[in-house]
Design a protein around this ligand. Structure first.
Ligand SMILES: Nc1ncnc2c1ncn2[C@@H]1O[C@H](COP(=O)(O)OP(=O)(O)OP(=O)(O)O)[C@@H](O)[C@H]1O
Ligand SMILES: [Mg+2]
Length: 256
């Protein structure tokens, strides 16, 4: 990471794009202090995040929840317990060992699952769900932390287009309804354009583009990806289309 300077004035939904190895994951990991930068500073609302140690660092990490491409759920554990894992950082070791969760937390976990259209799946093992469903459980687990920021590292890279759309729309809704900031590494241009208010383009550890989806022209995209004149947007596209099936799936979720 060399020159990665950006400022966010208000909660928004930001997409980070760039070819493999550009530094997208590293940037997210630095924001939540999973990786430390050798120099530079990250601050949030006047708080110097780079200087945090011990419990202050853990508190910051729970304020910026991470979501991963591979969901990172406990496969054999039921859905609601996976979501309750989102409260781990504020519970004692003893209550964790015996799986003792306060009733309030359990109710909140169910409410969050309900919001994501997943309440009916609460008793199932995580491994019994489809990829898209597992990612929604991972989002529920993140929400359980009541984070100010959600950092999503390629959240839809393992999903088919229909599930990808449902997961991206869930993140968008969370941003709009709760006012949480969402920063997502995305491997396709069309997803970044469609769901994000702002797009950051990275190349070789540097931020080389920072603007609105409208400003992200094909020529700019070509520069970000470092491609030659033969660059075609379709190579960075999953062609998410509003298929009837996806529309029905969203309608089901809203209806539940
Ligand atoms: N801890 C580290 N120390 C040194 N180099 C690292 C470390 N972590 C990652 N890198 C290197 O930094 C570069 C950026 O990696 P990063 O994983 O952030 O890329 P990315 O944009 O997320 O790529 P992808 O799209 O493949 O996920 C890579 O060249 C990688 O090998
Ligand atoms: Mg990555």
């Amino acid at each position: 990471m060399h020159a990665a300077c950006f400022t966010v004035d208000k909660p928004m939904m930001i997409g980070i794009i760039g070819r493999s190895g550009a530094g997208k994951s590293t940037l997210l990991r630095m924001l939540n202090r999973l990786t430390d930068a050798t120099s530079g500073e990250i601050s949030f609302d006047g708080l110097n995040v780079t200087g945090l140690r011990g419990s202050a660092k853990r508190s910051w990490q729970s304020q910026c929840a991470m979501i991963f491409q591979q969901f990172n759920l406990v496969p054999r554990m039921d859905v609601v317990s996976n979501v309750l894992h989102g409260t781990l950082n504020r519970r004692s070791t003893l209550s964790t060992m015996f799986n003792l969760y306060p009733d309030d937390d359990i109710h909140r976990a169910i409410d969050i699952l309900d919001r994501l259209g997943m309440a009916a799946h609460a008793p199932k093992r995580a491994e019994a769900l489809s990829g898209g469903q597992q990612q929604r459980v991972a989002i529920a687990r993140a929400l359980m932390q009541d984070p100010k920021i959600i950092l999503a590292d390629e959240p839809i890279a393992s999903l088919d287009p229909m599930n990808a759309q449902v997961v991206m729309q869930s993140l968008r809704d969370i941003h709009e309804q709760d006012g949480r900031m969402v920063i997502a590494n995305l491997h396709t241009l069309d997803t970044a354009r469609r769901y994000c208010d702002r797009v950051i383009g990275m190349r070789d550890g540097r931020i080389v583009f920072d603007g609105t989806p409208e400003q992200l022209t094909t020529g700019t995209a070509r520069d970000i990806y470092g491609a030659d004149a033969s660059f075609s947007e379709s190579t960075t596209s999953t062609q998410i289309e509003t298929s009837d099936a996806a529309a029905r799936m969203m309608a089901d979720i809203v209806a539940q």
